[in-house]
Design a protein around this ligand. Sequence first.
Ligand SMILES: Cc1cc2nc3c(=O)[nH]c(=O)nc-3n(C[C@H](O)[C@H](O)[C@H](O)COP(=O)(O)O)c2cc1C
Length: 336
Amino acid sequence: MDLSTTYLGLHLRNPLLASASPLGRTLHGVRRLADAGVGAVVLYSLFEEQLRREAAHNELMAAQGSESYAESLTYFPATDDHGSGVHRYLRLIERAAAAVDIPVIGSLNALTPGSWARFARSMQDAGAAAIELNIYYLPGDTGANGASVEQRHLDVLAEVKAATTVPVAVKLSPYFSATADMAHRLDAAGADGLVLFNRFLQPDIDPETLSTVRSVALSTRADTRLPLTWIALLHKRVRASLAASTGVEHAADVAKYLLAGADVVQSASALLRRGPEYAGVLLQELSNWMNRKGFQDLNQVRGLLAAHDTEDSEARERADYVWALRKANGGIYDTY
Ligand SMILES: Cc1cc2nc3c(=O)[nH]c(=O)nc-3n(C[C@H](O)[C@H](O)[C@H](O)COP(=O)(O)O)c2cc1C
């Protein structure tokens, strides 16, 4: 079965990507993912806070003396601190890109525009085939209005685009008041891809220890519904590639995302739960499903069940909602 596809203008052997996760933290992990057959690997994110911390440390060191050291800082984030997270990250890109024959995508976790955006260029120079911009921002500040949150996304994208020539995908949160408009504006601002969606860390509370619990919960299949809706609504309405992220557990979930219109499908939780080799199972089962359904390639699958251009997406969403609630309420809705 021919599963080859393109994403962000890159040619991929198949549409299954390893999402940013601890699996993409080591060369060994990247190799295992590539051996299992994924089309590309997104490395774990390097955080803006980390970049700023290291820059501040470097400045401090420079202020304390060595001229030659100060010179090396003129092109931040270049650093001669070989133990730094930044350096380790760039080395991982270099070694991974040399070790595997699939694209290695660097992930930058960004929140504010700033000079650290030049680090995206360092990722490119180290061999990243593309950058995934993980704009993880929960606007808890009551002074932050929707327009400023949206502008922040556009500003961060603009800085990274200005610093790089490789494709840049933006990994979005699902929490915008007008997700389609945000997608459209990022598209117009030059995003090469949109990754729908990131998952926010939602802290829990332990009533016994009277403390908050911070841990990353793995997703379940039920979590596919929100990205699925937006992929179906955005397919062919933006120029950018669409990557589905969240909730893939079985090949059927990959198939659903493709039918909705995703160019590629990412997985983190399932590969963490079952091991990187599970990617091979997902791909084999995807091929089996395509065979069973008589599809020859992904072009016949992709977007088959997207919301079509001619359709009024709001009306469709509303109609689906009303229909589902009527069914769930045993028709009781009819009596209103
Ligand atoms: C343990 C763990 C670590 C993650 N680390 C990152 C990260 O560094 N950068 C990022 O953009 N997303 C990160 N994610 C989010 C995943 O890439 C993915 O978008 C999310 O988990 C939804 O996909 P899934 O349902 O297949 O897990 C992480 C997820 C998990 C579970």
